[in-house]
Design a protein around this ligand. Structure first.
Ligand SMILES: Nc1nc2c(c(=O)[nH]1)N[C@H]1C(S)=C(S)[C@@H](COP(=O)(O)OP(=O)(O)OC[C@H]3O[C@@H](n4cnc5c(=O)[nH]c(N)nc54)[C@H](O)[C@@H]3O)O[C@H]1N2
Ligand SMILES: Nc1nc2c(c(=O)[nH]1)N[C@H]1C(S)=C(S)[C@@H](COP(=O)(O)OP(=O)(O)OC[C@H]3O[C@@H](n4cnc5c(=O)[nH]c(N)nc54)[C@H](O)[C@@H]3O)O[C@H]1N2
Ligand code: SF4
Ligand SMILES: [Mo]
Length: 771
């Protein structure tokens, strides 16, 4: 067993020049370093060789797709995938003895990194009312306790069931089935905080919430936009796909507030030229956009395309596509003809020439793909921006054909699959009807609570029981102080988790830790050894089979825990064979195949190498909207209002973290080492605001409710971020995101544009009351 650190490391910041290229040899070395800290070389090797291979373990990192079988590399993973897998396969353990030594209140003061570094959870634990320790509890008693709390609620809607995209399809299906059989649609998930804006916009305009492209499309596009995403860190193998596209002649346009290393140049660590050469240049054009300016950019671009058509009728737009598949074009064209250039230039911070150059690239390209992620969705107008991207693609018929389309790049490895399995508080009636037909109960029809509304409901005392399956709700959700207070109002909080995190320390009156198997581990049930399935960002569903010995003999799988809980809670109600589901996940997949369109004959088809690609109606020329056509939309935007002395703060990921869990305090590509309490500011803004390099400041949130939200003691680092913006890491800055600051329509927290001012930390220290 490797020993976890007992003390928190001191922050010790060093800053080097940001990198202009991603991956290469340092990526390999770095992955190995972190892995060896967690586990042994032999174990590291075993895990990695089966990762993303047919019949092996699906990488528990991001949702990027694997090449088709036969085209996979021997090492089909990236530096960060290696870190994620070793973080789970760590040989460190959190035991009952650990909880005897550490009070819950003490654990509550520990950092996210320290909690994670203690290792894998090993046995069920309970924190009883008015007690400050977790103590061991049997599975039987733990699940009995949870079932009793659930059955004694006045209404099933007093319970909330949160999931993250780390869980498998089988666990997700069983979870939503249990919640609905119990009587509620309260199924908030991480997607509410991630690509919810994409889902709403795509559903409304195209009739499907998913992306339309495959890896093959990316390889064969002429022009690829990377908007508001940082692939070098967050989707590293996307760079291999982009490298391939570039070798086939594609151009790439990156749009970002930061010149991220992976957008500039890529040295493929799996190829000789990546190890010794200069690598491949990724972005041919880099648009250094102002925060939130993307809606204005695409609208400006759409105006230029409409005007080009006005000048050369019949030669610019795809009239066949527009006529036969869309509605609303005339109104839309009128709308974009009317937008004002000065507004576009102010909102984007770009010049008109830059946008005209992009238009020229577009006019030269037959096949265009737009990829986007959190830099788009986590804004107030995230839904409108995605709609405008759809307008842009439709103008030249860049939808539903090879080499073209919409590519929302998903985060968690199975976040898309969760939704396919029905984890959504607003599933359509067609899905609920299918559940009724199959299982003979009437699922509730009223929409349930999403993540933000769950917190609001808790705050109002309307939620008594919170069950989290994977994820770290307390840190993923906005407005830490508000969220933590809300969680503490619950009678019972319970978490099915692999590792310790802050959600275990911010408890209801009673709290349960239900430790579970990770994806790397062998899962043996009464019906034999099991595998699970996941769906990637390109709608491919495939198997994942764990290889390692479980971290403890007391772990149960997610499916087993949920089936046992359902049996206890629903008290023998007939119709759902929970015992059979637990014994054999194939029985779960049989039911899924009768409920989810596209997954018919699931067990047989998923066993084939490469699995199943779910059909996307758009690629068959079908747009299942109310009108049966794809919709052009008119999207209004507001100019950003940033009062003098303020900046728009984006909260983002470092290279060495997985969402709410920092692995190390380093962010290699951005040249930040030894501390995460940094705020990146443009040097010109620094001089205007009178800030010195490495000055210690507090980030103070400004919001209409008048509450002072403060994240204390950050060091200012000059960085080539666009003027008017600042960047700092999540989740440390979570405290600054107001619960009510959400995207219109999607209700997604606006984690990328928070109005802040930077106050010298010294001022707070001077005025603080003396102890
Ligand atoms: N290593 C690692 N990989 C991950 C994750 C992780 O935590 N660590 N998380 C996973 C998950 S769940 C997700 S959702 C994805 C997230 O993947 P990303 O969306 O790449 O994640 P972020 O770090 O939030 O970075 C957002 C990017 O958008 C840019 N940006 C911010 N505001 C704007 C804007 O207004 N306009 C434009 N054009 N750009 C902007 C930022 O500079 C940054 O490059 O990554 C997944 N992969
Ligand atoms: N300010 C701000 N907030 C954000 C974001 C942002 O950019 N800025 N991003 C948002 C986004 S995109 C997302 S996706 C969310 C992420 O939010 P979550 O998905 O809720 O958070 P994670 O950090 O991925 O969860 C980590 C925990 O998952 C558990 N876990 C890991 N693997 C497994 C497993 O196999 N099974 C089980 N049962 N548990 C497991 C471990 O206990 C670990 O501590 O955060 C959102 N919040
Ligand atoms: S790109 Fe994503 S899925 Fe692929 S190995 Fe890296 S982290 Fe894992
Ligand atoms: Mo995400």
């Amino acid at each position: 067993m490797t020993k976890p650190p007992s003390e928190e490391p001191e922050d010790d910041l060093t800053v080097t020049r940001p990198r202009t290229w991603a991956a290469g040899v340092p990526a390999v070395v770095h992955a190995l370093e972190y892995s060896l800290e967690q586990t042994s070389l032999a174990k590291t090797g075993v895990d990695l060789l089966t990762m993303n291979q047919v019949g092996g373990i699906d990488c528990p990192g991001c949702a990027w797709a694997d090449p088709t079988p036969g085209h996979r590399h021997r090492n089909e993973y990236c530096e960060n995938g290696a870190k994620h897998i070793n973080d789970e396969a760590t040989t460190r353990r959190v035991t009952a003895e650990f909880f005897r030594r550490h009070r819950v209140s003490e654990l509550g003061r520990r950092s996210d990194m320290w909690l994670n570094h203690q290792g894998r959870l090993t046995e069920p634990m309970v924190k009883r009312p008015d007690c400050d320790h977790y103590e061991p509890i049997s599975w039987n008693e733990a699940l009995g306790l949870l079932a009793t709390e659930l059955t004694s609620l006045d209404s099933p809607d007093e319970a909330v069931f949160y999931t993250s995209g780390r869980v498998s399809n089988e666990a997700a299906f069983v979870l939503q089935l249990f919640a609905r059989a119990f009587g509620t649609n309260n199924l908030p998930d991480c997607s509410n905080m991630c690509h919810e804006s994409s889902g709403f916009a795509l559903h409304e305009t195209l009739g499907t919430g998913k992306g339309t492209v495959s890896l093959h499309d990316l390889h064969h596009a002429d022009l690829i936009f990377l908007v508001g995403q940082n692939p070098g860190t967050n989707h590293p193998r996307q760079l291999s796909a982009l490298e391939q596209a570039k070798l086939n002649g594609a151009r790439v346009i990156a749009v970002n507030t930061l010149p991220e290393a992976g957008l500039l140049r890529f040295k493929n660590p799996q190829k000789a030229r990546g190890v010794i050469g200069h690598g491949v240049r990724i972005a041919d054009r880099f648009l250094h956009i102002r925060s939130g300016g993307d809606l204005a950019l695409f609208q400006g671009l759409n105006r230029l395309l409409v005007e080009a058509e006005d000048a050369r009728p019949g030669q610019v737009l795809d009239h066949d596509f527009i006529r036969s598949h869309t509605s609303g074009f005339e109104e839309f064209a009128e709308h974009v003809r009317g937008i004002a250039w000065p507004d576009v230039l102010t909102a984007t911070g770009l010049t008109r020439t830059e946008i005209e150059q992009v238009r020229d690239d577009v006019l030269r390209s037959e096949r265009v793909i737009v990829c986007w992620a959190m830099g788009i969705t986590q804004h107030k107008h995230g839904v409108a921006t995605v709609r405008e991207i759809v307008n842009f693609l439709m103008l030249r018929g860049n939808l539903g054909r090879a080499g073209a389309g919409a590519c929302p790049v998903r985060g968690h490895s199975n976040v898309q699959g969760d939704r396919t399995m029905g984890v959504w508080e607003q599933m359509p009636d067609s899905f609920l009807d299918a559940l009724r037909e199959e299982f003979g109960f009437d699922p509730p029809r009223a929409h349930g609570l999403d993540s933000v509304n769950s917190i609001r409901a808790m705050r109002e005392g309307r939620i008594k029981v919170f069950l989290g399956v994977a994820g770290n709700f307390v840190r993923a959700a906005p407005d830490s102080a508000v969220t933590e207070e809300a969680m503490r109002t619950c009678r019972l909080t319970a978490h099915i988790s692999t590792k310790l995190n802050r959600s275990h320390t911010v408890c209801g009156r009673t709290a349960l830790i239900l430790p579970t198997l990770g994806r790397t581990e062998r899962d043996v049930q009464a019906g034999g050894e099991q595998f699970v399935t996941v769906e990637n960002s390109m709608s491919e569903v495939h198997t994942s089979r764990g290889r390692l010995k479980p971290a403890s003999t007391l772990l149960l799988s997610e499916v087993a825990i949920l089936c046992r809980l359902a049996r206890r809670t629903l008290n023998g109600r007939p119709g759902i064979p929970w015992e059979q589901f637990e014994a054999d996940y194939g029985a779960v997949r049989d039911r899924i195949s009768r409920i989810v369109p596209g997954l018919h004959d699931f067990n047989r088809r998923v066993a084939r190498p490469g699995g199943i690609r779910l059909p996307n109606p758009v690629n068959e020329g079908v747009f299942p909207t109310a009108s049966g056509t794809a919709l052009f939309t008119c999207n209004a935007w507001q100019m950003p209002q940033v009062p003098e002395g303020h900046l728009l703060l984006q909260t983002l990921r470092s290279h060495d973290q997985w969402n709410t869990i920092p692995y190390t305090p380093n962010d290699r590509y951005r040249g930040i080492h030894g501390s995460r309490r940094v705020v990146l500011v443009n040097p010109d803004d620094m001089s205007e605001l009178g800030l010195a390099e490495r000055e210690r400041v507090d980030l103070v949130g400004v919001w209409t409710d008048g509450t002072a939200r403060r994240a204390e003691d950050f060091e200012v680092v000059p960085y080539p971020i666009t003027r008017g913006s600042a960047a700092a890491y999540y989740p440390e800055t979570q405290v600054l995101v107001p619960l009510d600051s959400v995207a219109e329509i999607s209700n997604q927290p606006t984690s990328k544009a928070i109005l802040v001012r930077l106050e010298p930390a010294a001022a707070r220290l001077r005025t603080a009351p003396q102890a």
